[in-house]
Design a protein around this ligand. Structure first.
Ligand code: FAQ
Length: 330
């Protein structure tokens, strides 16, 4: 994949000859499949790339609670409500493992959260779309968690140990999330004509944003070549997007749903589906903060953080008191 990314014109990466001896030894470890641990020497760029990606990933999990959290009070049955509640809680847990993995690289959680709230750090574009009907809970589980799994299974083998290990548990939980979403879609498709139409409408609205989760095309991805060289990215954005389409089309057919892409067609020669390109303008507009819900999502997170200040203060006061007591006893 690395050679292919260099050919497509993605940002240039140094050759072995251009690296310092320390960098060469580091690259040799990566090439040999040896995990990099937090206290190992690493190039500053590697550390920064990981802090950027892992913190963005953590923010995505936390902000990603909001679109589904919106439906917990309106789930159609007690069973669906408890499943959705568990899923949304899992996403909170994923955020915490990921913040912890990023903290091993020397950045504090406060700093990461401040960057998110100041609009300096990104989170996944997908969470800037509204959840209009119950079918959106099915579409998110099926498509958004489906895309997340495809992107994250390779991350379980990425070069940075704490990130790779956090991803193993996260992926197990994401599989349950994907299944519950597909199960909602099955129920709707077995229901009335109105329920079937609601499922189709949700697929129409979530299909393209889900494909955008994989990032810009390889030709436009600025970070891919370097991340591939460092063993952070094992597959390119376009390779993973293709995997998503190939995997999801038969699932849609099984449900009796139509994928909203006139260019979608099985290509016998390639052994893959051909499909249309993501809407670049929409993708970059959401990244710039102009998606349908960007402002609302960020404002909700900032308010939740401010509302929780008293609780964090109380925990700190308690911890300080205990430490002082322990100090006196010693
Ligand atoms: N949204 O050069 P590339 C989930 C940015 S978790 C926003 O290709 P890279 C669970 C990118 O950051 C979903 N920004 O960048 C769940 C970069 O900007 P920067 C999150 C995006 O890092 C389910 C610029 O564009 N998953 O869903 C997006 O090599 C249900 C250029 O792009 C992860 O974070 C985007 N879609 O590749 C929760 C997985 N795409 O930082 C609740 C880990 C690109 O230079 C409910 N992350 N950008 O200013 C990754 O694998 C990578 O970071 C990519 C982007 C593939 C997202």
């Amino acid at each position: 994949m690395y050679a292919q990314l260099v050919e497509t014109g993605a940002k240039k990466v140094p050759t072995l000859a251009e690296m310092t001896p320390e960098e060469q030894a580091f690259q040799a470890k990566i090439d040999a499949g040896i995990k990099i641990e937090a206290k190992d020497w690493m190039p500053e760029g590697y550390r920064k790339t990981l802090v950027r990606q892992i913190s963005q990933h953590a923010h995505s999990e936390i902000v990603g609670q909001l679109p589904e959290g919106n439906w917990i009070t309106r789930a159609p049955s007690l069973k669906r409500k408890s499943i959705l509640l568990a899923k949304v809680q899992d996403e909170g847990g994923h955020g915490l493992y990921l913040y912890s993995a990023a903290e091993t690289l020397g950045v504090s959680r406060e700093q990461m959260v401040d960057d998110l709230h100041a609009g300096k750090a990104r989170y996944s574009s997908i969470f800037n779309y509204p959840t209009l009907t119950w079918a959106d809970m099915g579409a998110i589980g099926w498509l958004v968690d489906g895309a997340a799994i495809i992107n994250q299974i390779p991350l379980c083998r990425c070069s940075f140990g704490p990130y790779a290990r956090a991803m193993v548990r996260i992926c197990k939980e994401e599989s349950f999330h994907q299944r519950q979403g597909y199960d909602i879609m099955i129920s709707l498709m077995r229901g009335t004509a109105a329920q079937q139409a609601m499922a189709q409408d949700a697929l129409n609205r979530w299909w393209w944003p889900s494909l955008m989760m994989f990032g810009p095309s390889d030709a436009e991805s600025i970070n891919s070549a370097q991340s591939a060289q460092w063993g952070i990215k094992l597959f390119s954005n376009d390779e993973l997007r293709q995997k998503m389409v190939d995997q999801t089309v038969p699932q849609a057919e099984h449900l009796g749903l139509r994928i909203p892409d006139p260019d979608l067609k099985w290509n016998e020669e390639r052994g893959h589906y051909d499909f249309g390109a993501i809407e670049r303008d929409e993708f970059y507009s959401v990244l710039k903060g102009n998606g349908p819900c960007n402002k609302e999502r960020l404002a909700t997170r900032v308010k939740a953080h401010e509302d929780g200040a008293w609780f964090r203060d109380a925990l700190m006061a308690h911890a300080e008191k205990r430490a002082a007591r322990a100090g006196k006893a010693a």
